[in-house]
Design a protein around this ligand. Structure first.
Ligand SMILES: NC(=O)c1ccc[n+]([C@@H]2O[C@H](COP(=O)([O-])OP(=O)(O)OC[C@H]3O[C@@H](n4cnc5c(N)ncnc54)[C@H](O)[C@@H]3O)[C@@H](O)[C@H]2O)c1
Length: 416
């Protein structure tokens, strides 16, 4: 039986661990967070894409631990730890370097190590390999080393680990081949590229592509606001072109762990090569402006009815960074709430996926109450199952940042 180690049991690592267990592998799952390890032992999933029943069904093949020692007996170890930015917006490799050092302490000849965390080109070869070699084993000779970016899209059900092609780049040919064989257990299609650097940059290209296109449509949304043109109508019409156009929606800005963070790993690295990655910086700048633009829209909508933001009751509908998930990391809703509170508004929120925002001292209010009690309902995240028609019908005033009230003919709705 193949034995697979997974380090870092978050949004990426836990689904991966369960997928290998589902395919009949023994999984050794390691996280420094003892609460996550305990939750796995208790069969309680903390990741929305992994139902607790599924975790329990495969519990006997998943050995969760806070210690690295058991990874000794794994055939392969997949590293899925966070790769955030520091306060100065530079790559923070601490979790990655800590986990690599700990792994070096128990590394065995013949093991395959694959880094899955998103990072800049060169990380696997220049940062991970030397640390692992402190074990006395040589990368590419005594153990195999590869990079394979994670493409999971939390909340998505049509594309899963199984049917989303997996890209792998190895330090050597044999490393890539080992990684290809391993991922073939859980993925229908594995694509080999020539190096870890190509695989690292593939992931960044995918994220930068999204970030730049979202920024483009957001900039147009700010322009159409001044021009009095409906951006949604324009996007809908452009999307009828069968080729050469890909639909991106305007919105309140970017959130989540990936898009606001990953592109800056590349701009940081590019500086070493005397390059300024201007598309990345510009996209970041435009997307960061969106919460301010959205709050200005709220201000104007209230103004039209003779109200100021100060003293107004505003219900924010949807606070996670995207539909169908409860993840609030870098969510533009948090910025919007802070800006509205700074202007003196009383903010309530409704989000079926986020019961409380403890750092803001807020708890989700049932939709009908939240809408009935508010001077304005602000749709920030369009969760499936939320009754937008009810919001359009019942709220005194609605600002819709997601275009979900387009079918509604009520006069109280203002759209981005
Ligand atoms: N969330 C996504 O949708 C997504 C998609 C693609 C790629 N990624 C990338 O995958 C990586 C992981 O992201 P995530 O969203 O799963 O993060 P996460 O924060 O949900 O999970 C990371 C886990 O790693 C653990 N950890 C931190 N340091 C550790 C250490 N030294 N040893 C063992 N465990 C440690 C944390 O406790 C946490 O449970 C990041 O590089 C991210 O950019 C994320």
């Amino acid at each position: 039986m193949t034995s697979v180690g997974v380090i870092g049991l978050g949004y990426v690592g836990l689904p991966l661990a369960v997928a290998f267990a589902e395919s009949g592998c023994e999984v050794i799952a390691v996280d420094v967070d003892a609460r996550k390890v305990e939750a796995i032992h208790a069969g309680e999933s903390y990741i929305e894409d992994v139902p607790s029943e599924l975790l329990r069904e495969h519990a006997e093949r998943i050995n969760a631990d806070t210690r690295y020692a058991r990874l000794e007996r794994a055939d392969a170890v997949l590293v899925c730890v966070p790769t955030p930015l520091t306060a100065n917006r530079e790559p923070d490799l601490m979790p990655l370097l800590d986990s690599t050092r700990a792994l070096a302490g128990i590394l065995q000849a013949g093991q395959l190590v694959v880094l899955e965390s998103t990072t800049y080109p060169g990380t696997t070869r220049e940062r991970v390999a030397p640390l692992l070699e402190e074990s006395g084993l040589k990368a590419g000779t005594d153990f195999h080393l590869a990079f394979s970016p994670e493409r999971v899209d939390p909340g998505r059900t049509d594309y899963t680990l199984r049917n989303t092609p997996k890209v792998v780049g190895g330090l050597t040919d044999a490393c890539a081949e080992r990684a290809r064989e391993l991922y073939s257990i859980v993925c229908d299609r594995v694509i080999r590229v020539s190096s870890p650097e190509a695989a690292e940059l593939t992931k960044l290209l995918e994220n930068i592509f999204r970030s730049v296109n979202i920024a483009l449509v957001n900039e147009l949304a700010m322009l159409t606001d001044r021009m009095g043109i409906d951006i949604w109508e324009v996007v809908d019409a452009a999307a009828t072109k069968p080729y050469g156009f890909m639909r991106f929606e305007p919105g309140p800005g970017m959130g989540g762990h990936c898009l606001p963070v990953d592109p800056f790993y590349l701009s940081w690295r590019a500086r070493e090569f005397d390059m300024a990655t201007e598309f990345i910086e510009l996209a970041g700048k435009v997307n960061q402006q969106m919460p301010y633009h959205c709050v200005a829209k709220v201000q104007r909508a209230l103004n039209e009815t003779g109200m100021s933001v100060k003293g107004a009751r505003v219900t924010v509908v949807g606070v996670s960074y995207k539909p169908g998930v409860g993840d609030v990391r870098e969510s533009p809703a948090l910025k919007i709430i802070a800006l509205l509170q700074g202007l003196g508004a009383e903010v309530l929120y409704h989000d079926p996926h986020v019961p409380s925002l403890s750092e803001l001292g807020l708890a989700s209010t049932p939709l009908e109450d939240a809408v009935a009690d508010a001077d304005l309902a602000l749709i920030v995240t369009a969760h499936p199952g939320v009754d937008n028609e009810l919001i359009a019908q019942r709220a005194r005033l609605v600002v819709d940042l997601r275009g979900v009230t387009r079918a509604s003919s009520t006069a109280n709705v203002v759209r981005l």
